[in-house]
Design a protein around this ligand. Structure first.
Ligand SMILES: Nc1ncnc2c1ncn2[C@@H]1O[C@H](COP(=O)(O)OP(=O)(O)O)[C@@H](O)[C@H]1O
Ligand SMILES: [Mg+2]
Length: 267
């Protein structure tokens, strides 16, 4: 199969920025088309907010624009595959799009965010799914790798129960060190998951689990994690329902988790 040729034919027909296709060789693939997401001013403002106002440069946006995003994603997919990390395989690339393998091989797969949301709705324990995600993330870090946006919605559970990673349109290592990228991953993962914990037992399990992992974490990563969380842990005192709204409350809950974690590790 000539994937480059397929990509050249499919891209002009494509209506969505990301679409799945069924090819003649019985294979499902995904095609990402370079497309205008948020206007670049959005990223500039986010940079001012993270770097200059909150002085948390590790959270600055790393998106470089639609065509460079294709180059970044193609390179990251190759690097992750070379490091034997579960992510789609790059099949073809051109200036305005790329084609990658379908991790579900035709089957729809659930993201860890879907799984945690379902469990929260059914009042089931969140910790087992949460642990799958953090284990997969720490394993990837041990291999010297990092993600783009380590949110639970960019992690999917494969049919063999392994976790795979998606969505690499930005490469934070263009502007940050590997240690900074990895701390950013851990904070993003925690911020995108901890709000699902509806039960104290889950929170305790997760705090204990993180605490158990910390002796295996490189000292420079731990130091930067501490420094980062210390800068924003004051947010946990923002309780007022009038001030916060639903997202705000979720955020404050995650920050309380991070602050508790810090206290536990420092003990
Ligand atoms: N290569 C792939 N294999 C399987 N599913 C995919 C693949 N790429 C995208 N998806 C599906 O599309 C969704 C959105 O993909 P993502 O790369 O996160 O795009 P977006 O830029 O829209 O966030 C994923 O949650 C997943 O369900
Ligand atoms: Mg995504």
């Amino acid at each position: 199969m000539n994937y480059d040729e397929e990509l050249r034919i499919l891209l002009p027909q494509q209506v969505k920025p990301l679409q799945r296709y069924y090819l003649q060789n019985d294979q499902y693939v995904w095609v990402r088309k370079a497309s205008n997401g948020n206007p670049m001013i959005y990223y500039k403002l986010l940079k001012i907010l993270t770097v200059y106002i909150f002085k948390l440069p590790i959270f600055q946006p790393a998106y470089r624009g639609k065509n460079l995003a294709i180059i970044d994603e193609a390179r990251r997919l190759n690097e992750l595959n070379q490091a034997h990390i579960s992510a789609p395989k790059l099949l073809a690339q051109c200036h305005n799009g790329l084609m990658m393998s379908d991790l579900g091989k035709g089957q729809p797969l659930k993201t860890l965010d879907d799984l945690m949301a379902n469990r929260a709705d059914c009042k089931m324990a969140i910790f087992p799914v949460w642990k799958m995600g953090i284990d997969a993330l720490l394993n990837l870090h041990n291999k010297g790798q990092y993600l783009s946006q380590a949110f639970a919605r960019n992690m999917i559970e494969l049919t063999d129960k392994r976790v795979a990673f998606l969505d690499f349109e930005e490469d934070p290592a263009n502007i940050l060190s590997i240690t900074e990228c990895q701390v950013r991953d851990i904070v993003f993962y925690l911020l995108s998951t901890v709000h699902y914990f509806w039960d104290e037992t889950d929170i305790e399990d997760a705090l204990n689990y993180c605490n158990e992992q910390h002796p295996h974490t490189p000292p420079e990563t731990l130091a930067l994690f501490f420094k980062t969380v210390k800068k924003f842990k004051w947010i946990r005192y923002l309780h007022s329902p009038y001030l916060m709204g639903r997202d705000g409350k979720r955020f404050a809950k995650s920050i309380r988790f991070l602050a508790n974690l810090l206290e536990r590790i420092e003990k």
